[in-house]
Design a protein around this ligand. Structure first.
Ligand code: FS2
Ligand code: SF4
Length: 544
């Protein structure tokens, strides 16, 4: 196996024997086969689109589900990948019959065997694994993988949007085109660079679509004092990013005496009126994803994982862990989607059988729920506070959390920000500092939690609105981006930021292994993308 798609890749180079995330070589092989098949599927779909045909939504959704399933910490169940591979073969054969083409690139027409054993014995071939075509220029490979990882990230956002009823064929069509392009051996560095920028643009549209899906279904997040301590009673902890699943679970648990806690990236759900109207959505449990094994150990409640980041479950809680949607782990009960509906009865029954928390903890709450609507409805107050010198600078400190020790940078950075500055935060990286009491400026807490990683859209809207209010370019605002990455959603959000021309982004804790020195130099020259150093040094550089 070879995989270097995430930040914790072995030795900062690539996982070759076993994923640090515990993805084993068999699952890695199946994911490679699936992506390889999808590249050809993308080729035939693109041919048909060029001929004026419409690719059915069902296929756009299926392709999205497949790329999302290969994202870090999502699906570790080999059987699920066998099913994806079989279904991809089926769709691909259909497209091949319909598309009239005689110049398909090598590998486009590949059809995989359909049993686990046969799939695992497929020999290496060009374009199958990341490193299989040894003669490929390393800079081309770097940009090709950047494109594929970005597609995986956008696939996650697109999936969350369409399960809430929002679909856009242009996003699916770009996904087909991008997958297809990776089979084209004539593409240059410039071609790939442009495709990555087009991905950034398409992802902006996708995040906008997801924002519309979330706010359309559950209203605009509103500032909320969210409980972060435990309450007595049976409970279910809901992790991942899927608002649709949480909404369904809240409906199915109403009046059953079960408390629902969000976990990880579900935290921002506590601010949506359409979700917080359920009084048993009680607050948030625990910290970021990498703490789950410790926090779930012997947990006396049920756990539902609706998307990434899933870690190898310990025996002490495997029997009370459930997966839904895209997520999978061998021998962990999966709640299937049947005719667009999920029946969470097994999760509910498990929660009722377990003891639950036996006592109330002393209550603690933190402020959250500062998405674009909440912040921009106070735009005048913010603009005046800047003009009066009460707010000197904004920092967007956001992105993924992870296990590496270097991530303390983000805690220290937040602690050291001067008192006349505001921190906007989003995604699970916020857990590094979201419980710190950094005080407030006027009506605003100094830490404004904008939401999940996809709410980077919300943060960008805030930045664009401020630039309008100050009548200046967005890069001339007193705003700096301190970004922390781990998986492929952060990759695509970064591409969107670069596409929008945002400059002076500080990226950490380490730079992606798949970015070669030459490509990094292009990003530095074009966008002034910088690697984090120390909080003191970076703060000094930013604030002068
Ligand atoms: Fe955090 Fe994991 Fe949100 Fe990432 S819960 S690192 O996949 O998407 O952010
Ligand atoms: Fe390694 Fe990350 Fe790939 Fe897992 S997803 S195998 S940790 S690079």
């Amino acid at each position: 196996m070879f995989c270097y798609q995430c930040e914790q890749t072995a030795g900062g180079k690539g996982c070759t024997k076993m994923g640090i995330c515990t993805k084993d070589p068999n699952v890695a092989k199946m994911q490679d086969v699936l992506i390889f098949l999808l590249k050809g599927l993308g080729y035939y779909a693109t041919k048909l689109i060029e001929d004026g045909q419409v690719i059915p939504r069902e296929l756009g959704e299926f392709c999205t589900e497949c790329v999302f399933a290969t994202l870090t910490n999502v699906n570790f169940a080999p059987e699920r990948f066998v099913e994806y591979i079989k279904k991809t073969n089926y769709y691909k054969k259909d497209l091949m019959n319909k598309a009239s083409t005689s110049d398909a690139p090598e590998g486009a027409d590949y059809i995989a065997p359909e049993t686990k054993e046969e799939i695992l014995s497929i020999p290496n071939m060009k374009n199958l694994g990341v490193m299989d075509d040894e003669d490929l220029d390393m800079d081309i490979r770097s940009l090709r993988e950047l494109l594929i990882y970005g597609i995986k990230g956008m696939g996650a956002y697109f999936h969350h949007a369409y399960v809430l009823g929002k679909y856009d064929a242009e996003i699916a069509n770009f996904m087909f085109k991008a997958l297809s392009s990776t089979l084209d051996r004539d593409l240059t560095v410039e071609d790939y660079f442009n495709l990555n920028m087009e991905l950034g643009k398409t992802n902006f549209k996708c995040m906008e679509l997801l924002d519309a899906a979330n706010t359309g279904a559950f209203g605009d997040p509103e500032p909320t004092e969210m409980l972060i301590t435990k309450k007595k009673g049976p409970f279910i902890v809901v992790s991942g990013h899927d608002l649709n699943d949480l909404g369904d679970l809240l409906e199915q648990t109403e009046g059953k005496g079960i408390n629902i806690y969000t976990h990880g990236e579900m935290l921002p759900c506590n601010a949506y009126p359409g979700l917080k109207k359920y009084k048993h959505l009680i607050g948030n449990f625990g910290g970021a994803w990498q703490d789950q094994q410790k926090e779930f150990d012997n947990l006396p409640g049920a756990i539902l994982m609706t998307s990434n980041c899933l870690m190898k479950p310990r025996k002490s809680y495997k029997d009370r862990l459930f997966t839904s949607s895209i997520v999978g782990w061998p021998d962990v009960t999966h709640i299937p989607t049947v005719d667009g509906h999920k029946d969470f009865t097994p999760v509910i029954e498990k929660a009722l059988k377990l003891e639950g928390f036996t006592a109330d903890e002393p209550e603690k709450r933190i402020p959250m729920g500062f998405a674009r609507n909440a912040v921009l409805s106070n735009a005048d107050t913010i603009v005046n506070a800047v003009k009066e010198g009460k707010i000197r600078h904004f920092f967007l400190i956001g992105g993924c959390d992870g296990a590496r020790p270097g991530r303390n940078y983000y805690t220290e950075f937040a602690e050291k920000t001067p008192k006349d500055t505001i921190i906007l935060t989003l995604a699970c990286g916020k857990y590094r500092f979201n419980k710190l009491d950094l005080g407030s400026i006027g009506p605003f807490p100094r830490i404004l939690d904008v939401g999940q990683c996809n709410d980077a859209y919300s943060a960008i809207k805030i930045a664009l609105a401020l630039s309008e209010a100050f009548e200046c370019d967005v890069n001339d605002l007193p705003l700096s981006y301190i970004i922390t990455w781990y998986e492929q959603k952060a990759v695509v959000v970064l591409l969107t930021m670069l596409y929008l021309g945002l400059k002076d982004i500080y990226l950490g804790p380490t730079l992606p292994a798949f970015i070669t020195p030459n490509i990094l130099q292009v990003l530095v020259d074009k966008f002034n993308l910088q690697s984090i150093s120390t909080p003191d040094h970076d703060l000094q550089t930013i604030l002068g």
